[in-house]
Design a protein around this ligand. Sequence first.
Ligand SMILES: [Ca+2]
Ligand SMILES: [Ca+2]
Ligand SMILES: [Ca+2]
Ligand SMILES: [Ca+2]
Length: 672
Amino acid sequence: MKTLKLIARARRLKLRPVAGVRFRWRWLGGALLVPALCGQVAMAAPRIPVAPVIVWSEDFENPQTPPITTEGRDLLVYQGADPAGQMYTADPLYRMSANQCNGIVTSFSQAPGSTVMIAACSDHGNWNNLQQMAEVAGRYQGQSAAAARNNHVMAMLTANGTFPAGAIAFRTATNIAQSASSRFLTARTDVVATFCSSGFVAPLLRFSLINDAGTELPISTNAINPCVGGQSFNTTPIGIAGTQTAVAQTVTSPGALLFSGTSVGFVLHNDQTSSMGNDSSIDNAQIIDVTPQLDKAFSPASIQLGQVSRLTMTITNTTDLLRKRGWSFTDNLPAGLVVEGNASTTCPGTTVQAAAGGSTVTVSNGDLAQGAAFCEVSLDVRPTATGSFTNGPSNLSLIGLNQPATLAVLAVAPAADMQATSVDLPPSMTVGVPVSGSFNCTNAGPSAATAASCVISGLPAGATTSCTPSVPTASPLASGGSIACTVQFTPTTTGTIAALVTASSSTVDPVPANNTKAHPFNPVERADMQATSVTLPATANVGVPVKGSFVCTNAGPNAAAFADCSIAGLPAGASTSCTPAVPTGAPLASGASISCTVSFTPTTQGSLTATVTAVSGTTDPEPANNSRDQELVVAAALTPEPVPATGVPALVLMGLAVMLAGMGMQRRRARR
Ligand SMILES: [Ca+2]
Ligand SMILES: [Ca+2]
Ligand SMILES: [Ca+2]
Ligand SMILES: [Ca+2]
């Protein structure tokens, strides 16, 4: 299979459907390859439909011996070019032999007075009308006037009488070899119709496919009237036929069929029974592959362990926007990702099964609505490890969908929730009497914390601390691990001693609000620190200084000890200034704010995410509101104003150049 996939990649460019260019499964090395490769058609992007792929096409342009030059050719004798020798047939009254002016492959350039054709059409004018439709079809297809006269169509004029309801007007005599495993197929053809005016009846065209067993499978039960819509043309006089109005358009079955088999046949019915009008011709009869595309994406594509990402699977229709019903797929999540939940779909009536904690997403009864460009299935997934997780075609088994064109990749970075867990100092102390205390920090995970630290600040000079393990830790502090510290100092002045324990590590901390704990610590006090605002320009330029501001607030109910308000994610050298200064010397009262300004100069292009974080040493019951992001896009350095070529500055420069040249000459003279 690996070889097949390589071929598929190499061929991908060629598989892009281009208007008027046929997609030949044979290019891929025969029917064997097709099941693996049909789904490899390159798609533009999720949600953007691309054109269907032409599976089989008959343009009636295959010259034979004798060439179709002077006489119309009996459809039952005509042989198609691809596959070579493909033959066609029709129900008896739609054959040329019925002399009803049906089943004739004709062009404008054939002899307008052919006695054979006049007999087959039971009327001279009927024969010439067939020729006119072939020429209109050529012009409709964009051919030059000269080329259009040589364009061939298969015409059916229903000369006289009545016709059986649902008769077959055109069909493949034998199936076309191919191999399609659960592909959505439909059929279309260019049609030119005449006598569309009131008082006449219109053809009613209906398409079917034929499977391996020879069973006819209706693509849709609805017939199409080719007189409705389309482009109007004036026919070109020929023989005894003057100018009349013709309507040309490409009619596509209003349905699509989920098809499997090693061969397929094409059937065109005409449900119209009257011969009064009901005059048409077909060209470029086609079976087209309208299988929707499945794409997968993670959002966000980069998270930390402990966070969830939304996996969205987009089912994108082809440009026909026909209803596609009956597709299904199973996505086996890569090891290290599991279903979190919240599965939903915008595909009507579609069933999504994704058990929380499991690794399988099963989507069945898939339905893409008529007229819909796309629909989606999405769910939250949770990583169980750090690393990069790829969810691509190899994770899928699917029916009636094309494989994703690109891989979905989720990057999961480690995260360690360091916490200051305790600070234990005597409630009262005496100047000059040594004091012993302790404090602890812990890593609440989920990842190990690199260079974990636990420090205390705010004590008199000369305080000594000792931690186990020593900080910063030489090896990462495991998830669940703790740092236990002792502290000794001697008070030198009377008054309150306010101290702050701070836990940290170099691993991303998803919850910064619990990283500090203040002494005196009152376990019943609560302070809800919040990152309230960040004001930065949306865009900046390399080298141009930027100023901004940000605010943190204590929403209470109690004062926040050692309240802090900081900004991260900006270029090195960013300077901030806060009022009051941080961390606050006195606890920040409930309802009070810290207002800060920041200034920095971007050094590189790209986007920056500035993160404001509010913390304090008092317990914060709502850590989710402690940080706030703002993105800033840095563009290239501004170019200086160009110096006018003929302006004064240029003249000044020229003068300077002349002066310097003169000095150089003087120096050279002086050296002599
Ligand atoms: Ca043609
Ligand atoms: Ca007719
Ligand atoms: Ca934390
Ligand atoms: Ca908070």
